[in-house]
Design a protein around this ligand. Sequence first.
Ligand code: NDP
Length: 451
Amino acid sequence: MSLVKEIIAKVKQRDPNEPEFRQAVIEVMESLETTADKHPEFLKAGIFERIVEPDRTIIFRVPWVDDKGEVRINRGFRIQFNNAIGPYKGGIRFHPSVNLSIMKFLGFEQIFKNSLTTLPMGGAKGGSDFDPKGKSEEEVMRFCHAFMSELFRHIGPDTDVPAGDIGVGGREIGYMFGYYKKIMNEHTGVLTGKGFDYGGSLIRPEATGYGAVYFAAEMLATRGLDFTGKTVAISGSGNVAQFAMEKANQLGGKVVTLCDSHATIVDEEGICGDKCDFVMELKNVRRGRIKEYADKFGSVCYLGDSVWDVIRQQGLRVDVAIPCATQNEIDGKNAEALVKNGCFCVAEGANMPSTPEAVRVFQENNLLFGPGKAANAGGVAVSGLEMSQNSLKMSWTREEVDGLLLKIMKGIHKASLEASEAYGKKGDYVAGANIAGFMKVAKAMLAYGIV
Ligand code: NDP
């Protein structure tokens, strides 16, 4: 049995109830087959076996009291996966679907993504099955404080620096940071995604979405193309989707779709200008549903269908797809429909939004396909820049941070492309990103001996 098959079999046996984690391990390990052949020293040091086992898995109870005075219990997680190249770093997700498998897949992906940024950050992820939807402001605050009342003992500016993710934006980071600051009596860069007034970085809210579009632009440029006049399908309507929409518009694209967990809207005139402002106010301030966009602007709305279902069912033509909602949102069938409807570029704003079948369809049809760990690395890259600014006790301008973000995204694109070529898979960004991200971490692990 090949090494990779052996490792996958071991993960399957050890973690039989973790399908998302297994999916991520299979994708990465299949890409690393050639590195195992070229680097027997990695094999000897057990690097491949060690890298699929988290350094530490923390699971804790989060008790809190709702507005009716009733006690509620949620489960909290922090997976400190690998700190070979820097302090643990990765987002916190609040969503009812959160479980150990999803936390481990995200933490595992984060190792390679963080390495690709070239900044010194290890991989981690955390979260809770708490659902912020429908909760009052006070309930969200109480929950965030309760969550941090346990998490604080596991994190620190040189140990582990969490950030936001699904269900965790500026508001939640503020509550968690405030509680940490109070109980530790320390104002340090222990979380990123903070408000600008208390240590946050300009461009951090924009970074993941902007970065995904910068990455897509780099891929398009390899074929002499750009965003001008291209029809762009975006899913989600949260942090990543909003700023992917803004940047795609700025670069001359026409964004025609958005969704939330309730509905998809299609606006073939383009979602731009005042319409973008409306979406941001709707989602960030009023926390309403995307259907309201259709009510206001008279566009089409499909209740219960994803963006990718709608593209397939309606035969909607798109050039570029930027999935920004959640894992496994594009399956093989919808990937085939995207190809049929003219799509030639997919940049993953979300983490693992394409199923393995969908990835196969994109690659077999020679689409430009940028996997999440490369295309959405802009968020953690600017989080890394937020950590640098906190350490230096200074803040950089929008232009400075945006310039660094663009440079990092170009660097990730180049490193992924070069690694794909060096290991015999030219143009395969999945293999390239996995290999480029892995090499630095593997070399560091090798240097430390068996720890
Ligand atoms: P948000 O919570 O801000 O937004 C998520 C959006 O996706 C919402 O519109 C949400 O709908 C929608 N959504 C979530 N789950 C589903 C579902 N099952 N079906 C349909 N729609 C769904 O999260 P982010 O924008 O921060 O994150 C989106 C993705 O990007 C995630 O995969 C995340 O891991 C990834 N990512 C985020 C980074 C960041 O910096 N924030 C960094 C790198 C990756 P609703 O409004 O109804 O909840």
